[in-house]
Write a protein that binds this ligand. Structure first.
Ligand SMILES: [Zn+2]
Length: 169
């Protein structure tokens, strides 16, 4: 092997190592180009696209309507002052003022931040008739709403922590 070939091989080795490092980084931190806390623009993306962007945990709940285990979520027993955004798109969903200590095992709120924050659809899965709560901007599944909440609304938004992202005011 002459010096030139050895040099070239060394360069190629460096290039492939740094390329591999980039790949590892990319997979560890999926970037979400749709996350934006100031945009109101609706997002209409097929699940195949969301799957590339969201973590497997968030994809399972937001797009496949999964439910996190009761009492397991980050925000179940969490009462800091701030806002809760949709973890998939950054839409502002709830304010900490409307969060209350519910014994159900999931973060609970008595009202949404605004009329356009969330939307509701009827959910007849699992042999129950419930009202499902979706993000008003990207249609991510957030949880369900029940009418056994505290005053002033009497409503209980029973949410998955994984679908939410808290930020201090
Ligand atoms: Zn959203």
């Amino acid at each position: 092997m002459n010096k030139l070939t050895a040099g070239l091989m060394l360069i190629l080795t460096f290039i492939s190592i740094s390329f591999a490092q980039q790949l590892v980084k990319k997979n560890a931190m999926k970037t979400n180009p749709y996350y934006n806390t100031s945009s109101k623009e609706k997002i209409n993306l097929p699940d195949q696209e969301w799957e590339k962007i969201l973590s497997p945990e968030l994809f399972n709940i937001a797009r496949k309507k999964g439910t996190e285990r009761a009492y397991s979520g980050t925000y179940n027993d969490f009462f800091e002052t701030g806002f809760y955004y949709c973890a998939a798109c950054g839409n502002k969903l709830f304010e900490s003022d409307s969060k209350f200590a519910s014994s159900c095992g999931w973060p609970s709120f008595f009202e949404a931040y605004s009329e356009t924050s969330v939307k509701y659809i009827s959910d007849k899965s699992h042999g129950m008739i419930r009202t499902e709560v979706l993000c008003g901007r990207c249609d991510a599944h957030l949880g369900h709403i029940f009418d056994d909440g505290p005053k002033p609304t009497g409503m209980r938004f029973c949410m998955n922590s994984i679908s939410l992202k808290f930020e201090k005011k």
